[in-house]
Write a protein that binds this ligand. Structure first.
Ligand code: SF4
Length: 310
């Protein structure tokens, strides 16, 4: 097992490297596209996308393997990448503070090893369980960025769509506590929902303003695998109007809605960072001016210059 692996997520300014202590995530968010990603699909003992949230495979042995890897994988080596900032993202294909982390403590042990070795760690979680590890984070505050997703602040809606994650208003409080302890924070307005609008965006942006987030990322709900069908089913009983608004939500409408939402966000906040997928598909749905504008958010200087001179 190689715990830390290179990651393409630097293209979203999230990190050059990623470490996932678990396969699966007990939060079971219906929008989640992790179960449709190869890193999960081929390592999940044959579970289907619809089983997401119902299984968790802890990577027993990851702590020992990480200790071994860190003998050679130094912070200097971590910086030798195209983006070159060396952040290790924890995690991408799971939530490193999935509820069973309270028992297994794999995240805490890995985090401790990484921080003591001098690595910079970006923690991404939808769980207030991270507060358990504030002692470690505060002791290494210059090496840490803590972020959560706040696509909206409606706890009832979140209960329907992210059934076992910490409620968004509680996640906001968790970030506030982190900020009060001197930790640098960031926020992902993700996934922004097709039935939401400028008012919801404004509410989220205002709520996080006092935390001076280092970055505000945004991604519009991305249709992958069965996630849209599962969300519509989850919304049908208590949120029928929202379920209806998702009828016919497709990759095409995703591309158009993404541009609308990013335009709103960029007008409202200059720390707003779009997460466009700079792939051919995306570009077929935008004009060249829009594409060039979004490409300018690519993190590496050479990529940005190349995009702007195209
Ligand atoms: S918390 Fe993150 S990884 Fe877990 S189900 Fe939700 S979106 Fe997926």
């Amino acid at each position: 097992m190689t715990p830390i692996n290179p990651s393409g997520l630097w293209k979203k300014r999230l990190g050059d490297w990623v470490i996932n202590p678990y396969v699966g995530c007990e939060h079971g968010c219906y929008h989640c596209y992790c179960p449709a990603m190869p890193g999960v699909k081929f390592n999940n003992d044959g579970h289907r996308q619809r089983d997401w949230g119902k299984y968790l495979l802890p990577k027993h042995g990851i702590v020992e393997a990480l200790r071994e890897q860190l003998r050679n994988f130094t912070p200097d080596k971590a910086k030798k990448t195209e983006w070159g900032d060396g952040w290790v993202l924890m995690s991408f294909l799971t939530d490193c503070y999935t509820p069973s982390e309270a028992k297994f403590k794999l995240t805490r042990q890995c985090l401790q090893l990484l921080l003591e070795a001098g690595h910079k760690v970006r923690l991404q979680t939808r769980s207030a369980l991270v507060e358990r590890d504030f002692d470690l984070l505060v002791a290494h505050k210059k090496q840490v960025l803590l972020g959560t997703s706040l696509p909206y602040l409606d706890d009832a809606l979140a209960r329907a769509l992210e059934p076992r994650a910490t409620a968004p208003t509680r996640r906001l409080k968790m970030l506030q506590k982190a900020f009060d302890r001197g930790l640098e924070v960031y926020v992902c307005v993700a996934p922004f929902m097709p039935f939401h609008d400028e008012v919801v965006m404004e509410e989220v942006l205002q709520s996080i303003e006092p935390l001076h987030p280092r970055e505000i990322f945004c991604e519009v709900l991305n249709p992958k695998g069965d996630n849209i069908a599962m969300m519509r089913e989850a919304l049908a009983v208590k949120f029928p109007a929202e379920a209806e608004r998702m009828t016919n939500y497709s990759p095409e409408s995703w591309a158009k809605f993404t541009w609308q939402v990013l335009s709103i966000g960029l007008k409202k906040n200059n720390r707003f960072i779009p997460w466009p997928d700079t792939q051919r598909f995306w570009k077929t749905h935008l004009n060249s001016k829009q594409t060039k504008f979004l490409d300018a958010y690519l993190p590496s200087k050479s990529m940005r210059e190349e995009a702007l001179s195209a």
